[in-house]
Design a binder for this molecule. Sequence first.
Ligand SMILES: Cc1cc2nc3c(=O)[nH]c(=O)nc-3n(C[C@H](O)[C@H](O)[C@H](O)COP(=O)(O)O)c2cc1C
Length: 183
Amino acid sequence: MNPRIALVIGTTRTGRKGADIAAWAHRIANSRDDAEFTVVDLAEYDLPLYDDPMPPMRRAVMPPAVQRWADAISPHDGYLFVTAEYNHGIPAALKNGIDQLFDEWSGKAAGFVSYGVDGGIRAVEQLRQVLAALRVATVSATTPIRLFTDLDEHGKPGAQQEAQLQETLAQLVSWSRALADGK
Ligand SMILES: Cc1cc2nc3c(=O)[nH]c(=O)nc-3n(C[C@H](O)[C@H](O)[C@H](O)COP(=O)(O)O)c2cc1C
């Protein structure tokens, strides 16, 4: 069976670029026949800030919004995080969305499409550290998009970013498949 991969849109603000960049990545991902790709939009879940007395691996009951988020994340074998860089780091909404779950992420693979003035690479490197705590294996290839130089007049990334995305997807599909098969 093909691995199931979620493209997770990691920003939630009004007018965000994240949705357009995820749509671009989804269109390219859908040209592949070795995985199934679904967009999971963090903005649709209206997650509370984490406030449970217990950590996620010992939480008795999830709030309804978190349960919906868990149900969206859980069925996937791998994740392509589409993330901006906010103040040289991970957007707070995405960090909160990651922190809300544990088992749903654990033992899976992840890759990144990032964007910002410098391509959002500082957010990606922080995400690697965070995801290691959740036992997520992050692939080395990434797709950084420099907002001032890498977008065409329609706001779309170019051929170089498409090639980087294909390499990111190739590694992500391979690792997602290997980890799913090993369970
Ligand atoms: C709170 C905030 C902090 C930001 N900090 C950075 C930054 O540190 N580095 C950077 O390259 N861009 C930064 N930006 C610019 C974002 O890269 C740019 O606005 C991008 O479109 C944000 O993603 P979004 O549109 O999906 O929210 C910041 C934007 C916001 C809203």
